[in-house]
Design a protein around this ligand. Structure first.
Ligand SMILES: [Zn+2]
Ligand SMILES: [Zn+2]
Ligand SMILES: [Zn+2]
Ligand SMILES: [Zn+2]
Ligand SMILES: [Zn+2]
Ligand SMILES: [Zn+2]
Length: 357
């Protein structure tokens, strides 16, 4: 019985202790002297038990006076890198490298971009001419790299150095020479061909450029007076001897005398009697210049004349007799008028004076 009582007392004490412990665990209100209130932990400051590193967490703990302990983690610090340091310089075309370190020994590498070329101005190596291209270069100021480029040909500077104009029938040429390189180029310039004007009464078909003629003149359409085609007065032409001219004669009594012809005048008159033709009337004037018998001589002179056609045939001839002239006497007039018929219009004739023997 006594033992049973003991167990009853022990059980009671144990239950009480448990209840107390349970109450403490639920953080009952502050402790009161009678010990009925629950205990509240009051922790000290955290104590670091393991320092964190750049990559690993650390640990910390704190205690309450009751012996309760709390533990916590301290975040890793992360790396703390220094400045980037270029370990390999980049070139124009190749990347470089840079590196930075953390105190923990962690290393980071990075690339440094290539710089690209830094070109200077173009420099001429060979000047271009009009015969050959030139060349120029542009160098990188940082490396050996360079670009080259052709310089285009210059244009020739031509000047005309020979100008053989074409004629109507023959080609010409134009030669030009480059003042820079002497290059010569010649071009054929085609003949221009004739520029014809039609035949007229008096001129054949003629080139106005070169004067060449083709065929014959049409001839006046009227034999007498005016040409129906061109309106021109149609008359033969007479060529006179150059004046003054001196003619001599020896008379039957063998006296020498001379006259000087100073003028010859002539007129034409158209007529249509036995066919188309002209009458030519000419008048000779002059003076007696010499008489062997002297100034009081009483001799005569005879002056022979001939009218020749354009082929040299005599159309008409005659004599001019001058009587009773003294040296110095002049003569002219009715007495010495001659008429020639049947002259061809458009033809030319020549009047010739001759010494009479
Ligand atoms: Zn506590
Ligand atoms: Zn680190
Ligand atoms: Zn370069
Ligand atoms: Zn040239
Ligand atoms: Zn011509
Ligand atoms: Zn005519």
């Amino acid at each position: 019985m006594k033992r049973n009582l003991y167990w009853k007392g022990f059980a009671f004490a144990a239950i009480l202790a448990c209840a107390l412990l349970l109450a403490a665990c639920f953080e009952q209100p502050p402790v009161v002297p009678d010990g009925n209130e629950a205990h509240i932990h009051s922790f000290d400051t955290w104590e670091v038990t393991k320092n964190p590193t750049c990559t690993q967490q650390g640990e910390k703990v704190r205690y309450c006076a009751c012996g309760e302990m709390q533990s916590g983690v301290i975040a890793e610090t992360g790396h703390s890198f220094g400045e980037w340091v270029v370990t390999k310089q980049p070139s124009c075309t190749e990347q470089g490298e840079s590196t930075r370190y953390c105190a923990c020994g962690e290393v980071q590498n990075n690339v440094v971009a290539e710089t690209g070329h830094t070109f200077g101005d173009w420099e001429t190596i060979t000047e271009a001419s009009c015969r050959e291209k030139g060349e120029r270069v542009r160098r990188c100021q940082s490396c050996e790299y360079y670009l080259t480029e052709e310089i285009e040909l210059l244009a020739h500077q031509y000047e005309v150095t020979a100008d053989n104009r074409p004629t109507c029938e023959q080609d010409g040429s134009l030669t030009q020479t480059c003042t820079l390189c002497g290059d010569v180029k010649s071009e054929r310039v085609a003949a221009s061909g004739h520029t014809w004007t039609g035949a007229t009464c008096t001129t054949p078909k003629t080139c106005t450029t070169c004067g060449v003629t083709e065929g014959e003149a049409l001839g006046h359409s009227s034999a007498v007076g005016k040409c129906a085609r061109c309106g021109q007065t149609v008359a033969p032409t007479v060529h006179l001897p150059s004046l003054p001219t001196e003619c001599a004669m020896i008379s039957f009594d063998e006296v020498l005398s001379k006259v000087r012809v100073t003028s010859i005048e002539y007129t034409f008159e158209a007529r249509e009697l036995t066919g188309p033709g002209f009458e030519l009337e000419f008048t000779i004037a002059g003076e007696k210049t010499y008489d062997r018998k002297g100034v009081d001589g009483n001799t005569y002179v005879s002056l022979a004349w001939k009218l020749l056609d354009d082929e040299g045939y005599v159309v008409r001839s005659g004599q001019l007799h001058v009587f009773n002239l003294a040296v110095g006497d002049k003569f002219k007039g009715e007495t010495f008028r001659y008429t020639v018929y049947d002259l061809e219009p458009s033809s030319s004739y020549t009047l010739v004076l001759e010494d009479y023997k």
